[in-house]
Design a binder for this molecule. Structure first.
Ligand SMILES: Cc1cc2nc3c(=O)[nH]c(=O)nc-3n(C[C@H](O)[C@H](O)[C@H](O)COP(=O)(O)OP(=O)(O)OC[C@H]3O[C@@H](n4cnc5c(N)ncnc54)[C@H](O)[C@@H]3O)c2cc1C
Length: 328
């Protein structure tokens, strides 16, 4: 790891003033320090925003919805009573990520902005497309954990569980720079490699993520988050799904169905959403929707196994969200 200068930012203004294109923000540091140790980034200055006051709040309003500061840790998000009661898919996404130790350090902002875990990207020996090279080594290499949708020109999967849940909830992100604030839908924030292969989102170098806003779910809404790991351990998912369903009695009025570990961005299963809209969700409809969610999938040489896995998770999530006692 290169030598670097360390700066403490105790206010947002101080943090913004440091963002000169060379400094890098450090929240929990879980991903950032990995990237530095792997020589993927070599910043000359780290700005510690971990102790920055005011960006670590959770506030919920019955009508306006939830506001989460980016410095809130995954452990707090998981344990927060209101988040668990009203935004259970977000609480579960945070609570199933990584290990208790990591969740205590990791912030939700850092979780959304972490870099992908593709082993070719993470290994400094592979000068892949994401790092400015000419080759995506996953296309013909060890691609069992890679994307089954939108996997050209780069086959990473988006690493953030909270992103999967937040896109399903229709969340918005507030980004602040010295010039002011902008609000962007979580779904639009994350970008595909065909838009820009070098980055995963539209955060500008002079911006700080300052708030996550989740619309208040209607009283009849139900949400579910399911994660499938390769083993019951502290690992990223091989497939995950978040469903937020609005119900009308026994019918599904509408649902957003978002897949994680499927694509370089949280992947909206729009064909499945169209099938469940206005229907009573039974086993047949849930299966039909889950199978339709795989339309357009283009698995690589070693990851076709993900397709039936996603079908099972989506079917389960839909049936749970539709059941009288399921979701919240
Ligand atoms: C063994 C292991 C298992 C894991 N499993 C999972 C999993 O199952 N699911 C999952 O989702 N994640 C998983 N993770 C990833 C982990 O959750 C993230 O690394 C962590 O959330 C990053 O948060 P952080 O606060 O440490 O971010 P940092 O490492 O401090 O920052 C990450 C990036 O975000 C930027 N950043 C942070 N905050 C801001 C902000 N407010 N504004 C602008 N830029 C900002 C930093 O500059 C940096 O580029 C796992 C990690 C490990 C090590």
């Amino acid at each position: 790891m290169n030598a670097f200068q360390w700066t403490e930012a105790t206010s947002l203004e101080q943090a913004l003033a440091q963002l000169d294109g060379k400094a890098v923000l450090k929240a929990g540091g879980v991903d950032l320090l990995d990237l530095m140790k792997e020589h993927l980034i070599e910043p000359t200055r780290l700005v510690n925003i971990r102790n920055l006051k005011g960006l670590d709040r959770i506030a919920d309003d019955e009508k306006a919805g939830l506001r989460v500061g980016p410095m809130v840790t995954l452990a707090r998000l998981d344990a927060d009573e209101t988040v668990r009661r009203r935004y259970v898919a977000l609480a579960d996404a945070a609570g199933h990520a990584a290990t208790p130790q990591i969740r205590n350090m990791a912030t939700v902002g850092g979780n959304l902005l972490q870099r992908p875990r593709c082993w070719y990207f993470r290994n400094e020996q592979f000068h892949c497309k994401k790092k400015g090279g000419q080759t995506c080594y996953a296309q013909t290499g060890e691609n069992q954990y890679h994307a089954v949708f939108d996997n050209d020109p780069c086959a990473i999967v988006h690493p953030s569980a909270t992103a999967t849940a937040l896109v399903a909830y229709g969340a918005k992100l507030e980004l602040t720079s010295g010039k002011g604030k902008r609000e962007v839908g979580a779904e639009d924030f994350f970008i595909l490699p065909k838009v820009d292969v070098h980055r995963e989102n539209t955060l500008a170098a002079d911006e700080v993520l300052t708030e996550i806003r989740v619309p208040a779910p209607p009283a009849n809404a139900r949400a579910v988050y399911l994660k499938q790991g390769e083993k019951e351990s502290h690992d990223w998912p091989i497939a995950e799904v978040a469903v937020v369903m609005q119900r009308d009695g026994e019918q599904c009025r509408s649902a957003s169905i978002v897949l994680g570990a499927a694509s370089p961005v949280p992947h909206r299963a729009k064909e499945a959403e169209a099938i469940v809209r206005g229907k009573k969700i039974d086993e047949k409809v849930a299966r039909q929707a889950a199978e339709a969610a795989m339309d357009g999938a283009d698995p690589l040489t070693h990851n076709e196994y993900k397709l039936p896995l996603f079908v099972t998770l989506i079917r389960r999530a839909l049936l749970t969200a539709a059941s009288p006692e399921g979701g919240r």
